[in-house]
Design a protein around this ligand. Sequence first.
Ligand code: GLY
Length: 414
Amino acid sequence: MLPPMTTRRDFLSRSAMTAASLSAITQAPAQQSQTAEGIKQLPPPKKPVIVTRHTGDNSVDEAYKMLLDGTDTLDACNHICLAREDDPNDHSVGYGGLPNEDGFVELDACCMHGPTRAAGSVGAIQNIRHACLVSRLVMERTGHVMLTGKGAEHLAVMHGLKREDMLTDDARKMWLLWKESRTSQNFWGPPMLAPGGKSANPAPELHPQKHSMIPRHPGLEWADEIRTRSQQLTAMAIDLGIPERKRAFAVEQMLWPTTGTIHVSCVNTKGEMSGATTTSGQAFKIAGRLGDSPIIGAGCYTDQDIGSAGATGSGEENIKVAGAHTIVDCMRQGMSPKEAGLEALRRIVRNYNGDMAKIRYLDMIYYIVRKDGAYAGVSLWSTTANGTPKVFSVHDGQYRVENCAWLLEGTTTN
Ligand code: GLY
């Protein structure tokens, strides 16, 4: 039966399209195997290689030992993800991740296993700490590739993962700061009669970055506004009891809510590869928002013939260029990991026609490893907001933090 509102003409033209697509698909294998043949000539590396975000823990070293011992490459990736998901002081992932605008932590993750060419993904899952394991459950224990929300939570619980509250005290206070600092647009925060209570003044104009909470007063430069706003937010953070060591981070999250994440790609000495990505996503996002991390081909992509790549940064932008897949495909065409990463970044810049007034609010790092062990960390910007180089971690027998190659000199939101 035809769907409602479908005319016979629509149906026939759609059928013609389908026939054309089918014929393209049946012609594809010859071309694919030709490409795959070329790539299979890439030798495996002499030593395993892991690329990831700087984690500040021992998990990368431990994962490396796992690879040396012959543990599966996806287990090694997950070992690093699990450590981040367990850390209450990593507010970008797992337990302690910053919540959505309603105060609920929603996690996204995905994984690809090179040797079996399998993939799994989970989006907007609540109450489960290890989103990376749920994405793997989807891959290994279901006929699906992607599950979200309640269904994903149910799958996790039915496979023995325990339900727990993901919102730590620090993350809860940062959420309160977010709610209370939204000028006079809602009723959160101390009442007007309280010292420092909000005034009934209309909300001031906001900074042009749409998520920014910096009001603009006539005649003042943005830099002055940012300084004033930071001071106000710091005072509010003290009032809410946000510990001193987290105050600057909390204020930064109010001004420029970030999308921290962890991605891990690795290859072993047999040339087997995997990739995994896990995140709590954009801080204070709308409930149900999915970024790039659960999107196979954006937040993570592994092709056993070519290499593996993944991303941390502005998820919406990475989805639009299918970043991880773009990188792996550029490597398939002969680009080095660094060139391939820069090409994906150029596509992000192109999507804004090079408009730097907008691009300065974007952020992106790609983590890339090719089947032969060549690797790169490639960043949209050269430095962080405090002027230090953007970095990534690599382990190829020796763990180190390296500066990223970059496309644009400077920093985001400067
Ligand atoms: N890159 C993580 C996110 O946008 O959710």
